[in-house]
Design a binder for this molecule. Sequence first.
Ligand SMILES: [Zn+2]
Length: 258
Amino acid sequence: MPELPEVEAAVRRFRRKAVGRTIAKVTLLHPSLQRRITPARLRAIAGATIAAVERRGKHQLIHLDDGRILLAHFRMNGDWEYGNAGDDLQRFARATIDFTDDSRITFVDSRALGTIELHAAGTLPDLGLGPDAASASWTARQLGTSLAARKGPIKPALLDQKLVAGLGNIYASEALWRAKINPRTPCNTLTAKQVSDLRKAIAAVLKRAKGTRYTDDSTVHLDVYDREGVPCRRCKTPVVRFAQAGRSTYWCPVCQRN
Ligand SMILES: [Zn+2]
């Protein structure tokens, strides 16, 4: 699943390829996307120029020059591919954006869970996002205040985009391992030191991520995620996986015992 660094990298690539280009045609190839934008609204995108591309949490905002916004989210498996309008469509192509210069951006998504919506100028809904996980201005003090109001375990809380935007299942486990915090710890029992360590750990794991395509995971170094039964990189205890709020959590039962 794409996490914040991968979405940020995808946004940068999209921005480089698309800003300043004029849309000739957007085609929605999958019913789940066709349900979201009516054919008339889709046709009316033709002639608009892409003015800016922005990431908020894991949402991608493609700003058109007239104020309309295409709002995209990769969910589990989406990605953008770049080519030309005449290219054969690949198997998992779900939408295409053709530009007047004959370049094409294709939304590919093997699971077809990703979304693209069109919002008229000034009508973007509240995305319900807390501070961005990659923002330097998000402080441990802010994180501590938010956590003090929550009784549930810390790991699922870190996936709540209202608490912090952009953190996903992989880097939540990675950050807790790095900060030596038990993923089951109730949020409101974390000490100020633990909150501070956690804030630093989140910054460190996001910084270490290379922002490569997430499908190319051979280049990503993970400390604990997807390492069930493999010795902990710190203490050599086998890493344990368990299901927490329906998602896999990986942790070291010795380093993160507290
Ligand atoms: Zn360990």
